[in-house]
Write a protein that binds this ligand. Structure first.
Ligand SMILES: *Cc1c(COP(=O)(O)O)cnc(C)c1O
Length: 433
């Protein structure tokens, strides 16, 4: 049989760098041929060979309802007939802003954009514009999109400025970016002692999904909040992945339950709010948001921002997730996956631990959950790759890299979880030997 995935990949590689339009899709970390998706429905997708997979990526987060949810499809079909884009405001943009502001109490005003990268980049500019300060703090292993100032890894030594992680980013462009270790309170305090009056914002993935799945500890998050307040810096939560994914109110609602009165100052959103269409947003308190053009001096714009088809898709998705019991059911499904995987591993003598919140999860080939990027990156690559390909061969599609989180949708059934755990147990059997 001809392998259509391979054929398409060969064609793609001649035309598109690496054959893909976003790097991790290329399977470089795990080796092998990327699956070219032909169609998807519910918790599954089918590749170009017609092979079916249980999907634990869900477009890297957006597909919280599963693929092709009927109410969302209907909303999109209706919107498409009314026109694709106008470059003028629409009622649906107002409705989506109202929904976001209603569900996320720290946000008074919001602006819609087309990607998480844009939202993150604009948040940094707005924080700098609103505070009149230059420096930003970010954490190693957190991803906030591919804007120049955010493509940085820690420099050597404490609270030094970072080094660009991409060619094409001059060191001068990242000289105001301070990169610290996640969950390291000492480093955080030292950075504020040294740079406090110059810090415009601290940006963080509160539950990091770009170094697999790592939670900010409660004492660490509390200290982030205190230090930002004390030094007049803005605390920016990058909830592109966690927003409407880990809970209806995002990760900030999870921390608000653990830290009384807790709120970030700025929030970056994407993924689920577009329901699979290009849509993202950033929001904050009114005084900060009013610094944006056309009211204020911080420029930001977008031809397709608040696109009428994307907003229809996002609104229909947000309507579904607000149904009573939605997150309880999703959390229970996700927890059953993580506990199923850890028990199956234990039964076969494989070291594995995992964690989840709402519909987002991670598992590690460790005996305890890692707290930062350096630890995540000590994962045994070859073992992970065997696990990845073993699952793929058995019709289970997880992220093709050990530093990515996984996603469960409302369409995943108990049978899907059982099939996944059973496939994993087969693979653990091979690994345990
Ligand atoms: C995906 C992601 C982004 C970037 O969003 P894009 O839509 O891919 O540009 C930013 N921050 C976090 C936390 C993300 O997971």
């Amino acid at each position: 049989m001809t392998d259509r995935n391979q054929e398409l990949f060969d064609r793609a590689k001649a035309l598109i760098p690496g054959g893909v339009n976003s790097p991790v899709r290329a399977f470089r970390a795990v080796g092998g041929t990327p699956r070219f998706v032909q169609r998807a429905q519910g918790a599954y997708f089918w590749d170009a060979n017609g092979q079916k997979y249980i999907d634990y990526i869900g477009s890297w987060g957006p597909m919280i309802l599963g693929h092709g949810h009927p109410a969302v499809v209907e909303a999109v079909q209706k919107a498409v007939l009314e026109g694709f884009s106008y470059g003028a405001p629409t009622e649906r943009e107002v409705e989506l802003a109202e929904e976001i502001i209603k569900l996320v109490p720290s946000i008074d005003m919001v602006r819609l954009v087309s990607s998480g990268t844009e939202a993150g980049m604009s948040t940094i500019r707005l924080a700098r514009g609103a505070t009149g300060r230059k420096k930003i703090i970010k954490f190693e292993g957190c991803y906030h999109g591919h804007a120049d100032a955010l493509l940085v890894k820690a420099g050597s030594g404490l609270a030094t400025f970072g080094n660009p992680t991409s060619a094409g980013v001059p060191p001068e462009v990242v000289q105001h970016t301070i990169v610290l270790e996640y969950n390291n309170i000492e480093q955080l305090e030292a950075a504020f002692v040294e740079h406090g009056p110059d810090v415009a914002c601290l940006i963080i993935e509160p539950i990091a999904g770009n170094m697999n799945f790592v939670r900010a500890s409660v004492p660490f998050m509390k200290r982030c909040r205190e230090l930002c307040t004390q030094h007049g810096a803005l605390l920016a939560f990058d909830e592109v992945m966690t927003g409407f994914r880990v809970a209806l109110g995002g990760a900030q609602s999870v921390y608000a339950k653990l830290i009384p009165g807790f709120e970030p100052d700025m929030t970056v959103m994407g993924k689920v709010i577009g329901g699979g269409m290009p849509l993202a947003a950033f929001g904050a308190k009114r005084a900060v948001m009013e610094q944006l053009a056309p009211l204020g001096g911080v420029y930001q714009a977008g031809t397709l921002s608040g696109n009428p088809v994307a907003t229809a898709c996002g609104l229909a998705t947000l309507k579904e997730v607000q149904k009573p019991g939605f997150y309880e059911a999703l959390s229970a499904t996700t927890q059953s996956l993580v506990s199923g995987l850890t028990s199956a591993a234990a039964a076969e003598g494989v070291t594995l631990c995992g964690d989840s919140q709402g519909g987002m999860f991670g598992f590690f080939l460790f005996d305890e959950l890692p707290q930062n990027y350096a630890k995540v990156m000590t994962t045994d690559g070859p073992t992970f790759n065997t696990l990845f390909h073993g699952l793929l061969d058995r019709g289970v599609y997880i992220a093709p890299a050990l530093y990515e989180a996984g996603f469960v949708s409302a369409a995943h059934t108990a049978q899907d979880i059982a099939d996944t755990v059973s496939a994993a147990r087969d693979v653990f059997k091979l690994l345990g030997k």
